[in-house]
Design a protein around this ligand. Structure first.
Ligand SMILES: [Zn+2]
Length: 70
């Protein structure tokens, strides 16, 4: 039973100002944004926005704006 690193890359939004950061979510649910300890507004509480690798594919965001075109 070796411990695996089930750390997921996620997008996390600040609960205070809704700024979105690249973050990692630990198996225990802990969310830590990458590169800094907390949001620039001083908050260190975040919630997950996406659990995908859209960070490498910004076009994902554009598709959401196209819904309802049919
Ligand atoms: Zn903030």
């Amino acid at each position: 039973m070796s411990r695996r690193e089930d750390i997921e890359r996620v997008l996390a939004s600040c609960e205070n100002c809704d700024s979105v950061y690249a973050a990692r979510q630990w198996p225990d649910g802990d969310i830590q944004i990458i590169g800094q300890d907390g949001c620039s507004c001083g908050t260190s509480t975040f919630e997950v926005v996406e659990q995908t690798d859209v960070l490498d594919d910004p076009d994902e965001f554009d598709t959401a704006a196209g819904t309802g075109a049919e």
